[in-house]
Design a protein around this ligand. Structure first.
Ligand SMILES: Cc1ncc(COP(=O)(O)O)c(C=O)c1O
Length: 369
């Protein structure tokens, strides 16, 4: 049985005709940038998240960058984040002119560990940027405790956490602003690149709107120098078709994740992911920690099972961040995750039979040693 790591063709079977019909309307109308589809998607996504404002942008990276720039982050500032994330989180920080400051992650959630947060804060710290990795929200209570005491705003990287919740509150709406990615493989994926900012701060939303459109508040009124970072109408239309199915798709992910965890319990040399009781994961990824990752991945590949690694090198050890002068050992939990993480196939179309098959093969591979 072949089990690809991701199957975007399967994901689009049910929505294909509606997306093509929406695109045909746009082509016939000649509307490609901005317009009613983008406005409507912003309203609908804001409503889903329970946020006052949503601004659709070109990507999740744009969303992060525009939030930071919109909050006035600039050279000389520090932004605290985690080294166990996709590089885009740190790119947004440096591209806003600031310096990323890393804190290690929690061994269970693999998200920013608030215990280390206080020590990372200096008078230069202008923002705390937790990442809801794999779809599980970071410990927002612990992070907000520190942030509020020190008077520092929190921005959430919710790129992997559409509709996830912490203590009942929606990821992306707990801090000052949240950034989402709609990269095709995400829980809510566009048919190309897109992202969004959600926030209750009207002024920040207005600034992000200007930043995404060359700094224009309206045609030819450039109040700042901005970017070409708009979400196009074709992506907004595809996202509107898919949005109503997001909660149901997340529920199927959660079901398959629970089944994996039940089937993989007690396998020697393997640690299943755990979601703490005060939060609901969006289950973007099902990421186990395994000994001998390379050999295990190869054995699965030989049996037709695709896997991936999120992420093999923590950011503090990547070449672009050598200027921060970190070394191996600085963030031991993140390094342990980077050395052992293995993501198994997880998507709404996966089906119980394939989950059982992957778990059976993985158990066999691990038990053989
Ligand atoms: C944690 C995280 N942050 C930011 C991004 C950037 O999003 P995008 O690829 O849409 O720019 C991604 C996804 O790629 C991500 O996984």
């Amino acid at each position: 049985m072949q089990v690809p790591f991701l199957d975007l063709a399967a994901a689009h079977k049910g929505v294909r005709n509606d997306i093509l019909a929406a695109w045909a309307r746009l082509v016939d109308a000649g509307r490609f940038v901005g317009g009613e589809e983008v406005d409507a998607f912003e309203r609908e996504f804001a409503a889903q998240c329970g946020a006052r404002h949503c601004v659709a942008v070109g990507s999740g990276t744009d969303a992060l960058r525009f939030i930071l720039l919109g909050m006035g982050i600039m050279p000389g500032d520090d932004v605290v984040t985690t080294p166990m994330t996709f590089i885009a989180t740190a790119e947004a920080i440096t591209q806003a002119g600031a310096r990323p400051v890393f804190v290690d992650v929690h061994p269970v959630t693999r998200n920013m560990n608030p215990e280390h947060l206080e020590a990372a804060i200096t008078p230069r710290t202008r923002c705390i940027l937790p990442v809801h990795l794999y779809g599980q929200p970071a410990d927002m209570r612990g992070i907000l405790d520190v942030a509020e005491r020190r008077g520092i705003p929190v921005v959430e990287d919710a790129a992997q956490a559409h509709l996830a919740r912490f203590e009942g509150r929606m990821a992306g709406t707990i801090g000052h602003a949240g950034a989402f990615s709609f990269y095709p493989g995400k829980n809510l994926g566009a048919c190309g690149e897109a992202g969004a900012v959600v926030t209750d701060d009207r002024e920040l939303a207005a600034t992000v709107r200007a930043l995404r459109d060359h700094g224009q508040m309206k045609k030819h009124l450039h109040v700042v120098e901005g970017y070409n970072g708009r979400c196009d109408a074709m992506q907004a239309a595809a996202l509107r078709v898919k949005l109503p199915g997001l909660a149901g798709a997340n529920a199927r992910r959660a079901e398959y994740a629970a089944l994996y965890s039940a089937l993989l319990a007690g396998v020697p040399g393997l640690q299943v992911p755990e979601v703490l009781p005060d939060r609901e994961s969006a289950w973007h990824l099902y990421c186990v920690l395994v000994e001998q990752r390379g050999a295990v991945a190869e054995a699965l590949r030989r049996e037709g099972i695709g896997t991936a690694v999120h992420y093999p090198v923590p950011l503090h050890l990547l070449a672009p961040y050598a200027f921060l002068d970190h070394m191996r050992g600085d963030f031991p939990v993140a390094e342990h995750v980077a050395d052992h993480a293995l993501s198994l196939p997880l998507y709404p179309e996966l089906g119980e039979e394939r989950v059982r098959h992957v778990a059976t093969v993985l158990r066999r591979v691990m038990t053989k040693g």
